[in-house]
Design a protein around this ligand. Structure first.
Ligand SMILES: Cc1ncc(COP(=O)(O)O)c(C=O)c1O
Length: 394
């Protein structure tokens, strides 16, 4: 049986009419740039994430750029983040002129490790005469940017406590974590509502995806929200008067309409991903595969949405051989990510070496994403497990 890594046509069958309806209304209004469709979606998304400001952006990447620009993070600054994430996370930090500083991830979730983070800031960084915390490269550290990788929430209480101790902002990369939840000192919170600011991606393959690129910036303060709106529209409040240099980071009204139509299904889709993850675990157990592979770990097993399985990433021996075997068997699978960011060619000048972030480096060698999308059929999950079993028992 062939099993795709992702088949969006199955989802489309369910939402086709609702999407068509919202898109038709948008066409009737002919308001394609910002306007009611974007505003209504921003309100719905803000409510989903939990009462903060939401500003629609053209992509997750642009949402992150706009946040960094709005917080005036740039030349001479540094932002501490994970080396094991999609490139944009560090790329945006670099693009605003700041230095991405990488601290290794923890073994279980592959999220930024709060213990290593605390040690790094304590031991490897120093304060200047004005009390600013400087990176080993001499840049002023302004923020910590944890990534809720694959949809699993980071240990936010610890990260926020460290940020508080050093006077740093927390910006969440929630691109892969729409609807994920965290239970900490402030009670139950949604990913993206915990730090000072956060950003989401509506790239079509995401748990909540558009019909093209789209993103959202979320923040706690009204002042920052106003600056985000300024940044996404060329720094312009009054037409053709530019207080600052921003960009065109506006969420397309067409994307807002499509994503808004899908929003009511998100909770059920995330639940279906969770059910699929539970079936994988059972399928691996019953085939005695757990000696060969490690399934992903939910950060809080008693909290339903602590992991929303944007990707279902196993760690395994002999990853490349398994990948080749599955591909030959028609099973879709992929490597997220083959090269950790501290070892990317474009960041060579930052001076990182192999061995600097060993957990991220080993994940790059032994992680493999299996199909997990909500509409995956039970027999397809069994077929994936059979194919994995066929490989290890050859
Ligand atoms: C972790 C992470 N950060 C940032 C982004 C950037 O989002 P986008 O592709 O919408 O620009 C993505 C999405 O691909 C992502 O997975």
């Amino acid at each position: 049986m062939r099993v795709p890594l992702l088949d969006l046509t199955r989802q489309h069958a369910l939402v086709k009419e609702a999407v068509a309806d919202r898109v038709a209304r948008l066409f009737d209004s002919q308001q394609f740039i910002l306007g009611a469709a974007v505003e209504e979606f921003e309100v719905a998304f803000r409510d989903l994430v939990g009462g903060h400001h939401a500003v629609g952006m053209s992509s997750g990447t642009d949402a992150q750029l706009a946040i960094l620009m709005a917080m005036r993070i740039g030349e001479g600054d540094a932002v501490v983040t994970s080396p094991y994430t999609f490139f944009a996370t560090a790329g945006c930090i670099h693009r605003v002129g700041a230095e991405p500083v990488f601290v290794d991830v923890e073994k279980d979730t592959l999220n930024l490790d709060p213990i290593k983070l605390g040690e790094f800031l304590e031991i490897r960084c120093r304060k200047d005469a004005e009390g600013n915390l400087l990176s080993p490269g001499g840049k002023k550290i302004r923020a910590i940017l944890p990534v809720h990788l694959f949809g699993a929430c980071c240990r936010m209480d610890e990260i926020r406590a460290i940020a508080g101790r050093f006077g740093l902002a927390v910006i969440e990369d929630a691109a892969q974590a729409v609807g994920a939840e965290y239970r900490g000192a402030e009670g139950l919170q949604k990913a993206g509502a915990i730090g000072e600011a956060s950003y989401f991606s509506f790239f079509p393959t995401k748990n909540l995806g558009g019909a093209g690129d789209g993103g959202m910036a979320v923040c706690r303060s009204e002042e920052l929200a106003a600056r985000l709106r300024l940044m996404r529209n060329h720094g312009m409040e009054q037409r053709y008067f530019h207080r600052e240099v921003g960009g065109n980071f506006r969420l397309d009204a067409l994307q807002a309409a499509v994503i808004h139509a899908k929003l009511p299904h998100l909770a059920a889709w995330n639940a279906a991903r969770r059910r699929n993850a539970a079936q994988y675990l059972e399928a691996f157990r019953s085939r005695n595969l757990l000696e060969f592979l490690t399934p992903p770990v939910a950060p809080a097993p008693d909290l339903e949405n602590s992991h929303i399985y944007h990707q279902y990433v196993i760690r395994c021996r002999d990853r490349d051989a398994l990948l080749a075997h599955l591909q030959a068997a028609g099973i879709g699978c992929a490597i997220y990510y083959p090269v950790p960011l501290h070892l990317q060619e474009c960041f060579a000048s930052l001076g990182y070496r192999k061995g600097d972030c060993p957990v991220a480096e080993s994940a790059a060698e032994d992680s493999l994403a299996l199909p997990i999308f909500p509409e995956l059929r039970p027999e397809e999950i069994e077929a994936v497990a059979d194919a994995i079993s066929g490989h290890f028992r050859k």
